[in-house]
Design a protein around this ligand. Sequence first.
Ligand SMILES: NC(=O)c1ccc[n+]([C@@H]2O[C@H](COP(=O)([O-])OP(=O)(O)OC[C@H]3O[C@@H](n4cnc5c(N)ncnc54)[C@H](OP(=O)(O)O)[C@@H]3O)[C@@H](O)[C@H]2O)c1
Length: 213
Amino acid sequence: MKLSINMAMTLDGKVVRPDGRWYGLTSSEDKTQMDVYRSQSDAVLIGKNSILNDNPIVKIRAVPNALNPRPVILVRKGTLPPDKHVFEESDHIPLIICTKSNLKEIKTSLENKAEIFALDSDDIDPKKVTGILKRKGYKNVLLEGGPKLNFSFLEADLVDRIYITVVPYIIGKTGLAGIADRNSELPGFDKQNWTLKQHFTKGNEIFLVYEKS
Ligand SMILES: NC(=O)c1ccc[n+]([C@@H]2O[C@H](COP(=O)([O-])OP(=O)(O)OC[C@H]3O[C@@H](n4cnc5c(N)ncnc54)[C@H](OP(=O)(O)O)[C@@H]3O)[C@@H](O)[C@H]2O)c1
């Protein structure tokens, strides 16, 4: 199974606005390219905060006749409101991966809205997540963030490819996340470099494709 991060990033490397959300800084070119990447994927992995803050719709619009990937959402604590777009508007019933500590809460709010898979632990080990997705037969999985989730999968060395769109804005504010974010560095970050496989422009944006060396 191949796991690919897909993120849009400003010229100064930020992936969230000062209000902690991401909207209005991507062009129609980026949205189209995102649909191309989604059309090549069986599943899309999304973190809890991204669902809460951005309420994304996992539905391909720009690629005719494409099959929509299945949303897979990771929730370690608490639950999510059932009226989020991902539960109302996806072609496939979302898969929620949770822990033994929040299973009851998740079942209470999302029983009829998602397939629920509880790990037998209080944390969500990314290796267990990829194991579940492999067993389900998924071959290409897109990790759409946010940065905390990306960090966990990078730390576990599970990311094969990174798609980055550079969007023409500079935010400047200290402390806003980049594509991977935690209050520590990625172990061995200066030993693992990424190989540029592709780069192209569309409109005013640059699209980069890096693969693990
Ligand atoms: N620019 C872009 O392309 C782009 C793309 C996506 C998102 N974003 C932005 O990123 C923001 C959210 O980023 P974020 O980093 O705060 O949140 P996130 O990565 O979307 O979600 C992180 C949360 O997911 C849960 N989680 C479950 N398993 C996890 C694991 N193994 N490792 C880490 N987290 C796990 C945790 O919540 P609990 O412990 O509470 O369950 C954690 O706090 C969004 O608001 C959006 O604006 C930008």
